[in-house]
Design a protein around this ligand. Structure first.
Ligand code: ADP
Ligand code: ZN
Length: 217
C-alpha cells in the first residue's frame, strides 16, 4: 500500500513523529526505531550504554554521535527491519546522517524517503509540556490534545502514565534550541538529496496520518 518503506522521520521534539511512527509501523508492519525509546530503555536497565547516555538524555542534550550511530547500526541488522523501518529521532546531526549513510552502504540498504514534520514552536512547547507516556507500551498521551480516557492511566495497559523529566518547560525549551542549531540543517541536507517530503504536523494525528500515507504512496 505504501511505496517507500525505509524511512526517516525528521522534526522538532513534540512534532508528533513518535505518535505517527507508531500508527504507521503497526499498520504497515515496519520496524519502529526510536532512538529516544532505546536510550531510555538502556538507562532503565543500567547497561553500559545507558550509563554513558544518562546525563545527556536527562539534561536534554544530545548523546555523542558515534554512540547512537553504533546503536542504530546494530538495530538495523535485526530481522524485523527487512520489511522496512522508520528511524524516529535519528539522525539528529549532519554528522549522524553521514554515519548513517556509511552504515546503510555496508548493509546494502537505502533511505527511500525522509518525512519532515513541520510545526510552530509555540505549539511544540504546549505539546511537550502536556505529554504523558505509558511506562509499559510507550504510548503517548497529551493532557490537552489527546487525553487518555481515564485521567493518568494508559488506555491500552490500564497502568499509570508518567511525564518524562526532559518534558519540563525549561528542558523542553533547551531541546528546541538544540534542535534548531543541530538538527534543522538536516532539512536542506535531505532536500538536496531529493528525499524530503513535508507534512503539516500542526494538525491532529487523525488528520496528519492520511497526509503521511499520501507522501509515502
Ligand atoms: P524528542 O524527539 O521528543 O526530543 P526523543 O525521545 O527522540 O525525544 O529523545 C530523547 C533524548 O534522547 C534526546 O533529548 C537526546 O538526549 C537523546 N537522543 C535521542 N536520539 C538521539 C540522537 N539521534 N542523537 C543524540 N541523542 C539522541
Ligand atoms: Zn500502555
Amino acid at each position: 500500500m505504501i511505496k517507500n518503506r525505509n524511512l526517516v522521520f525528521l522534526g522538532a521534539p513534540g512534532a508528533g513523529k513518535g505518535t505517527l511512527a507508531q500508527m504507521l509501523c503497526q499498520e504497515m508492519k515496519l520496524a519502529h526505531i526510536s532512538t529516544g525509546d532505546i536510550l531510555r530503555n538502556e538507562i532503565k536497565n543500567g547497561t553500559d550504554l545507558g550509563k554513558k547516555a544518562n546525563s545527556y538524555v536527562t539534561s536534554g542534550g544530545l548523546v555523542p554521535d558515534d554512540l547512537v550511530a553504533d546503536m542504530v547500526g546494530k538495530r538495523l541488522l535485526e530481522k524485523d527491519c527487512q520489511n522496512g523501518f522508520v528511524l524516529d529521532g535519528f539522525p539528529r546531526t549532519v554528522n549522524q546522517a553521514d554515519l548513517l549513510e556509511k552504515v546503510l552502504v555496508k548493509i546494502g540498504k537505502k533511505i527511500e524517503k525522509v518525512v519532515y514534520f513541520e510545526a510552530n514552536e509555540e505549539l511544540l512547547i504546549k505539546r511537550l509540556t502536556a505529554r504523558l507516556l505509558c511506562k509499559k507500551c510507550n504510548t503517548n498521551f497529551n493532557t490537552i490534545f489527546s487525553p487518555p480516557i481515564k485521567k493518568g492511566i494508559c488506555d491500552k495497559c490500564g497502568i499509570e502514565l508518567y511525564q518524562r523529566p526532559d518534558d519540563s518547560l525549561e528542558t523542553a525549551k533547551d531541546r528546541l534550541k538544540i534542535y534548531n542549531v543541530q538538527t534543522a540543517p538536516l532539512v536542506p541536507y535531505y532536500k538536496k538529496k531529493n528525499l524530503l517530503s513535508v507534512i503539516n504536523a500542526e494538525l491532529s494525528k487523525e488528520k496528519s496520518y492520511p497526509e503521511l500515507i499520501k507522501v509515502l504512496s
